[in-house]
Design a protein around this ligand. Structure first.
Ligand SMILES: NC(=O)c1ccc[n+]([C@@H]2O[C@H](COP(=O)([O-])OP(=O)(O)OC[C@H]3O[C@@H](n4cnc5c(N)ncnc54)[C@H](O)[C@@H]3O)[C@@H](O)[C@H]2O)c1
Length: 217
């Protein structure tokens, strides 16, 4: 039977990893679940619960080896390899994402950018040239890509995803404000900054409604 892992657990693992990487840079050693919890804004019990989903880590009373736990979390998150990524949509969002250097540092390399606008196709962006969106399937095969970033207008999104999935893509980071339909085994993560702002607005107004903001599962 497979274990269900919540999105919040995955986010906390990313958070723990950042803390561990800071500790690795300052010499490593060991870290307690209490320290990790404080730095991540959660409880020691939550840290232990999150990690226990993936096996046993650390020794009771001795804490976790920073380097070892970092490696294990990188393995759990699939960050012990690099992921070539194709970006479709060389517009404002697309160019901002392409410029973002942390992707490559964390193992996500945008190996191709595609657009359907003839004025953009062939334009050089650093080491790459924007390619014609009509060649999407060929690019996915050439680069052995499983991840797609979608930064096109909403009406264009579904068709691109259908083609990409048929060509072998299994994960989509979607910026278009549209709910995409994909078959089982294909994962879509939507980025919607308006929803984030709405959540923030809720946080700021919740007291007026007598509500307490909680950050549980
Ligand atoms: N997730 C968020 O929070 C957020 C924030 C802002 C914008 N967006 C969304 O991101 C998307 C991109 O926004 P933008 O401001 O970069 O737009 P933009 O108009 O600057 O860029 C869109 C690009 O997509 C290209 N394109 C259009 N149809 C295409 C197709 N069928 N195949 C390939 N390329 C195609 C266009 O030529 C253009 O270069 C939009 O859907 C927008 O609503 C999301």
């Amino acid at each position: 039977m497979s274990t269900k892992v919540s999105d919040s657990t995955i986010r906390r693992l990313s958070h723990y990893l950042r803390i561990l990487e800071t500790l690795e840079r300052s010499g490593g050693g060991t870290v307690s679940s209490t320290h990790l919890a404080q730095a991540a804004g959660t409880t020691a019990a939550q840290v232990r619960k999150d990690l226990s989903l993936f096996g046993s880590f650390g020794k009771r009373g001795l804490g976790y080896q920073v380097a070892d736990l970092g490696d294990r979390i990188r393995g759990i998150l699939g960050l012990d390899r690099s992921w070539p990524v194709v970006l479709v949509g060389a517009g404002r969002i697309g160019s901002a994402l392409f410029e973002y250097r942390d992707f490559r540092r964390r193992g996500f390399e945008i190996v191709s950018v595609l657009d359907r606008d003839a004025r953009k196709v062939g334009v050089r962006w650093g080491p790459i040239e924007i390619e014609d969106a009509a060649t999407l399937e060929a690019v996915i095969a050439r680069e052995s890509v499983e991840m797609l970033i979608l930064a096109v207008p909403a009406p264009a999104a579904q068709e691109i995803v259908d083609r990409a999935v048929a060509a072998g893509v299994r994960g989509v980071l979607n910026f278009a404000p549209v709910r995409l339909r994909t078959p089982d085994g294909v994962f879509v993560h939507n980025v919607n900054m308006v929803m984030e702002l709405e959540a923030l607005s809720f946080d700021l107004t919740s007291r007026e409604h007598g509500l307490e903001v909680g950050r549980g599962d």
